[in-house]
Design a protein around this ligand. Structure first.
Ligand SMILES: Nc1ncnc2c1ncn2[C@@H]1O[C@H](COP(=O)(O)OP(=O)(O)OP(=O)(O)O)[C@@H](O)[C@H]1O
Ligand SMILES: [Zn+2]
Length: 658
């Protein structure tokens, strides 16, 4: 072991390594490499946690796992294999989620430091908050293809994981997905939702049927179509798609005709929608001009050609029928209450989504895509590269040494790049540690933010589930209306269950109100000022503004725009400025909890670039995004490259981790 080689480490560091206690969160691509590095460096007391089991697709890069380990707990196997490198280490493995209430602040306080090797924003936010509370250093890391990043998070010394708003994940309004798709991704999201409606867990937010509440269709929704014969067959039981499908024994033809003919006819009857759009063309099962015989191999064969060619409509129909039959078989094997879980690596699930997305695309005159492209868009995929993980894990452990020596000034973030930069660097360090953002709604002394929200449309349940939990990554929040002492949401479910269905307005949460939010588990208190804003169709129903100054800027910009509009009435009003905020109003294109580490370019380089760019845009400190491809391929960046809003600021890069 390195620590045992005389002179390898200074004695002081060697002792600190031997006496420290580390927690590694995540035993995937980076986590396995970190664990191996730690045991080889001389660390003696390590705990590792991972909620997952080993999948065959992990084996090409997670070298602590072998074929015989498939199906076993990652943390447990990682421990066993790491002990073979160095048996003189205490390693404790937990096969569990870090969100479990077993791992509260006192659990974290037992460690000298925590090393994150996660793959999703929710868990990263959570560990960030726990380490801030426990007052222990956290080393955060992530990779995306050839890019990687390592940063230190130390209360009062550096930015925390939430100091800078992450690029908003691209959100698609429910109306677009259900009524008026215009891009392949809209149809892919719809097809994933359809999978869940038919075979997975029922989720009211993922309804695939025409949205009659669409304000743009106002009033004319489908009366005519509802009366028609086809709708009597197709559109009944709109709320229980799964039951309806079970009743017709998942017959592919019936399912097909409901979703691609009857529902489309229903949509056509919402005539307001088609005044400025190309109306969709309903399609019935078996209706196509193509010769089935020529493509029989597509349904049955596997391999590159099948994945990379764009299937004809006849092929899509054939694959649809086959995948429905196979998924039905899978569902029938489950207990009554169990469901299938959509998985990009499940052949039938992926075939189903590819065929459905392409059929819907054709109905709406949108170009079809290959299975390969759809998989990368639906599965949010970027190839994970073993060497990037290894290099990044190496930097994590080098940072850990510096933290042990309390050399925080040497713990600048490090970026692993795909290409050498202008200074011929592949590993690019920041010049300085970026200090905490005094307005951060997590690590500031008194965290607060502004929530612009449609108080007449959002319910208390949506406030809790979609905003506080999903968007702001709390675990079990209590909410009180300040000044009035009214408890709106209690973490003790029963107490406030009766409030859940009420609109915020009905609970007296209106413009100017202040909410006191407290997440006991995360030991996190937040003050939220409510600003009411009426959300029109496709508008976000809420917007989180973490920095009041940004809000002021955004509002003054809008004010100026408004005045300009009044001055010249011919100009259409642009949408609201996004500023340092994130927003959501419906269906996320990609799973919100996955793959969204933002990797920023070193500030120094950005400053340099800005100097060189003639007449640059307004400067906003912190997070920078690059212009990104709208539809990532597997070889470009993972999903959230497509999630990032695309703007003209060339200094911004935003990529995911693996
Ligand atoms: N809440 C959590 N608690 C504990 N471990 C988590 C949590 N969320 C994610 N993880 C783990 O973090 C690890 C991240 O590793 P990695 O990015 O290599 O993902 P993977 O699932 O192994 O690979 P891929 O996503 O590329 O198939 C995973 O093993 C995952 O199970
Ligand atoms: Zn912060």
């Amino acid at each position: 072991m390195a620590a045992e080689i005389e002179g390898f480490f200074k004695n002081d560091l060697r002792d600190k390594i031997a006496s420290s206690k580390l927690l590694v969160v995540g035993a995937g691509g980076i986590g396995c490499e970190i664990l191996k590095n730690l045991v080889m460096s001389g660390f003696k007391d390590i705990e590792i946690i991972d909620l997952d089991t080993i999948d065959v697709s992990n084996l090409n890069r997670q070298f602590l796992f072998h074929k015989e380990h498939v199906g076993k707990a990652k943390a447990v196997v990682a421990r066993e294999t790491a002990l073979k490198f160095n048996p003189n280490v205490e390693i404790k493995a937990y096969h569990d989620s870090i969100f479990s209430t077993d791992y509260g602040v006192s659990f974290f306080q037992r460690f000298t430091m925590v090393l994150n090797a996660l793959d999703n924003r929710a868990a990263r936010n959570h560990v960030n908050r726990m380490c801030l509370n426990a007052k222990i250093p956290l080393i955060e890391s992530g990779t995306a293809g050839y890019n990687g990043q390592v940063e230190l998070i130390e209360r009062g010394v550096s930015q925390c994981y939430e100091c800078m708003p992450k690029a908003a994940q691209k959100v698609f309004p429910g109306c677009t997905i259900r009524n008026t798709p215009s891009e392949p991704i809209h149809c892919i999201v719809w097809a994933k939702h359809l999978f869940n409606q038919l075979f997975g867990e029922d989720n009211a937010d993922e309804d695939v049927s025409p949205d009659t509440a669409d304000p743009e269709a106002s009033g004319d929704a489908g009366k005519e179509a509802l009366d028609s014969e086809s709708n009597e067959k197709g559109n009944v039981e709109r709320t229980s798609t799964k039951q309806w499908a079970k009743n017709c024994d998942f017959m592919p033809e019936k399912l097909f005709n409901k979703f691609f003919n009857d529902d489309i006819n229903y949509l056509l009857s919402m005539s307001n929608l088609w005044k400025t759009r190309t109306p969709p063309k309903p399609m019935k099962f078996g209706e196509h001009d193509e010769i089935i015989a020529e493509m029989s191999d597509v349904a049955s064969s596997a391999g590159v050609v099948r994945d990379q060619k764009v299937w004809t409509i006849a092929e899509c129909q054939q694959v649809f029928a086959e995948s429905v039959n196979n998924l039905k078989e899978q569902v029938l094997k489950l207990n009554e209450d169990d469901n299938l879980v959509w998985d990009k690596d499940d052949k039938d699930a992926m075939d189903f989504v590819t065929s459905c997305a392409n059929i819907r695309s054709t109905v709406f005159a949108i170009p079809r895509k290959s299975r390969f492209d759809i998989k990368s868009m639906a599965g949010n995929i970027i190839p994970a590269i073993a060497s990037t993980n290894a290099i990044t894990a190496g930097f994590v452990v080098l940072h850990a040494f510096k933290v042990l020596e309390k050399k925080f000034d040497q713990c600048q973030s490090v970026y692993v790049r795909a290409q050498p930069n202008a200074r011929n660097q592949i590993f690019v360090p920041e010049k300085f540690i970026t200090p905490p953002n005094p307005n951060c709604y997590v690590c500031a002394a008194k965290p607060e933010l502004i929530l612009k929200i449609d108080t007449e449309k959002i319910t208390v349940k949506e406030l809790r589930d979609d905003i506080l939990i999903k968007e702001m990554h709390m675990v079990n929040p209590d909410v009180m209306l300040d000044g009035k002492g009214i408890i709106i949401i209690s973490s003790d479910d029963d107490e406030t269950e009766c409030n859940e269905a009420k609109l915020l307005k009905e609970m007296h949460i209106v413009d100017g109100c202040i909410l006191k939010v407290d997440d006991f588990f995360q030991n996190y208190e937040l003050t939220i000022t409510i600003i009411h804003k009426t959300a029109e169709r496709d508008d976000p129903k809420f917007e989180i503004v973490a920095d009041k100054d940004v809000l002021k800027t955004a509002e003054s910009v809008e004010e100026v725009k408004k005045q300009k509009k009044e001055e010249s009435t011919s100009q259409p009003q642009p949408g609201p400025s996004n500023g340092a905020s994130s927003s959501s109003n419906g269906t996320k294109a990609y799973e919100s909890d996955e793959d969204d580490l933002i990797i920023v370019e070193p500030q120094s380089l950005v400053a340099e670039k800005r100097k060189h760019s003639a007449g640059g845009e307004d400067e906003s400190p912190g997070c920078k995004r690059i212009r990104i491809e709208q539809e990532p391929t597997a070889s470009s960046s993972k999903g959230s490259t497509a999630m990032c809003s695309i703007d003209d600021d060339e200094d911004l890069i935003c990529i995911d981790d693996d």
